[in-house]
Write a protein that binds this ligand. Structure first.
Ligand code: HEM
Ligand SMILES: *[C@@H]1O[C@H](CO)[C@@H](O)[C@H](O)[C@H]1NC(C)=O
Ligand SMILES: *[C@@H]1O[C@H](CO)[C@@H](O)[C@H](O)[C@H]1NC(C)=O
Ligand SMILES: *[C@@H]1O[C@H](CO)[C@@H](O)[C@H](O)[C@H]1NC(C)=O
Ligand SMILES: *[C@@H]1O[C@H](CO)[C@@H](O)[C@H](O)[C@H]1NC(C)=O
Ligand SMILES: CC(=O)N[C@H]1CO[C@H](CO)[C@@H](O)[C@@H]1O
Length: 357
């Protein structure tokens, strides 16, 4: 944690530990009627055990993002990579040799976003007296708050997820879609995980902010086959020229959304209309007849995009969740409470923060 964020965290701990409980209903900002909630999850899950959890996450995420705006896209991508393979169980946060973080799709996840979740966990355990809130729930809340901080829509997050005991196997992690996928391949990939075509078009709009690296889009300026949808030739030249300097590989970064690179908005769909989608998986959405109408609707109407993005995020945030007595509440987001093969075991306590109080 940066020193100013750490100072803020200490004030927060002192504040919540030293005052009577407020009415937690005050923290609920969004209408939850009509939202489908998975069995075992609820909006008031921590009402008695950690009533201020949402306020604490919102405050700390704001502090972190003020120091590094890139944490917002980084966090949302971490959430997608956690939920999609085996469900929102924070399994991606486990480190060590068998970690999901070693798999190819994860290699460009930003470690600072993983650390943010663990830093928030540390504060929450201090305030609420030990492991009552799961890392999976902290990640779901932090993702929502980061999205709002970047200009995106808010939504209520059902809570009560439990943390997975082990990382996903490599063959499961590798079910994540690749940037060279065609629209039919994307539809199949999302469909296999219970996400429909509208979810695909809306969730792809997360590429409205954040960065990418040359290996992810080199097929766009060196088209090897004709199912690569048309790209603006000037844009292709710019990308190609930039990536000439990508030595060592992975050092050049490219904005995902050339129009408003740091803001979460619907300009990503403008990029697609202008043939300036970065990935084949992006550009295809505005071309393929199964997705083009929705993509164009989102380009024309940011409200429609935000509304659907929020719905699709709530759906994704509940994929294959562990609830009740399944899994565990981790003492440290990076390590399971009991040793698992190839994964670090918990050793560190909350002593850093405690030492400062
Ligand atoms: C539709 C299929 C998808 C594909 C093929 C895909 C692929 C990728 C790739 C290749 C990158 C860049 C990696 C790099 O070069 O560093 C990326 C970045 C990103 N993706 Fe996706 N993605 C997809 C869907 C999603 C979804 C559903 C979300 C979230 C809801 C998401 C959020 C992001 C964000 C925010 C970034 C930027 C991360 C950063 O700045 O650190 N993506 N994606
Ligand atoms: C895993 O996380 C733990 C706890 O945060 C840390 O002590 C350890 O160094 C990490 N290991 C690796 C390989 O990143
Ligand atoms: C992944 O591998 C495991 C163990 O090898 C196997 O049981 C499982 O069916 C595989 N799943 C998929 C989706 O390939
Ligand atoms: C979508 O694609 C189909 C087939 O190419 C085309 O007929 C239709 O006009 C397109 N719709 C939009 C809104 O671009
Ligand atoms: C797809 O799922 C979303 C919820 O994320 C829902 O709003 C939408 O109606 C569904 N669309 C179709 C075509 O089933
Ligand atoms: C965030 C994270 O842990 N990323 C890791 C992905 O895998 C590569 C290769 O093993 C590691 O170097 C990264 O640290």
């Amino acid at each position: 944690m940066a020193s100013s964020t750490r100072a803020a965290a200490i004030v927060l701990v002192a504040f919540f530990c030293g005052t009577a409980h407020h009415n937690p209903a005050a923290a609920v900002k969004v209408d939850t009627t009509g939202v489908t909630v998975a069995d075992g999850l609820s909006f008031n899950f921590y009402e008695n055990t950690c009533p201020h959890v949402e306020l604490i996450v919102e405050f700390l995420v704001g502090e972190f993002i003020r120091e590094d705006a890139g944490l917002a896209p980084a966090l949302i991508r971490v959430f997608f990579h956690d939920c999609f393979p085996q469900g929102c169980d924070a399994s991606l946060l486990l480190n060590g040799t068998a970690s999901e973080q070693k798999e190819i799709p994860n290699q460009t996840l930003r470690p600072a976003a993983l650390k943010l979740v663990e830093d928030i966990r540390e504060v929450i355990h201090k305030v609420c007296g030990g492991p009552v809130v799961s890392c999976a729930d902290i990640l779901a809340l932090a993702t929502r708050d980061a999205l709002v901080d970047a200009g995106g829509p808010s939504y209520a997050v059902p809570l009560g997820r439990r943390d997975g005991l082990a990382p996903a196997l490599p063959n499961i992690t590798n079910t994540l879609p690749a940037p060279f996928f065609t629209v039919p391949a994307l539809i199949k990939s999302f469909g296999d995980r219970g996400l429909n075509v509208t979810d695909l078009v809306a969730l792809s709009g997360a590429h409205s902010f954040g960065i990418s690296h040359c290996p992810s889009f080199k097929d766009r300026f060196d088209p090897v086959n004709d199912n690569n949808p048309a790209i603006d030739p000037k844009f292709a030249e710019t990308l190609k020229a930039k990536c000439v300097g990508d030595n060592p590989v992975g050092t050049v970064t490219q904005k995902m959304d050339v129009r408003t690179p740091d803001v979460f908005d619907n300009k990503y769909y403008f990029d697609l209309v202008a043939k300036q989608g970065l990935f084949k998986s992006d550009q295809g959405l505005v071309v393929h007849p199964a997705t083009n109408r929705t993509a164009i609707r989102f380009a024309l109407n940011q409200g429609a995009f935000f509304d659907q993005f929020a719905k699709s995020m709530v759906k994704m945030s509940q994929m294959d969740v562990l609830t009740g007595t399944q899994g565990e509440i981790r003492n440290n987001c990076a390590v399971p409470n009991k040793p698992a093969a190839g994964i670090e075991t918990a050793s560190r306590e909350d002593k850093d923060l405690a030492a400062e109080m």
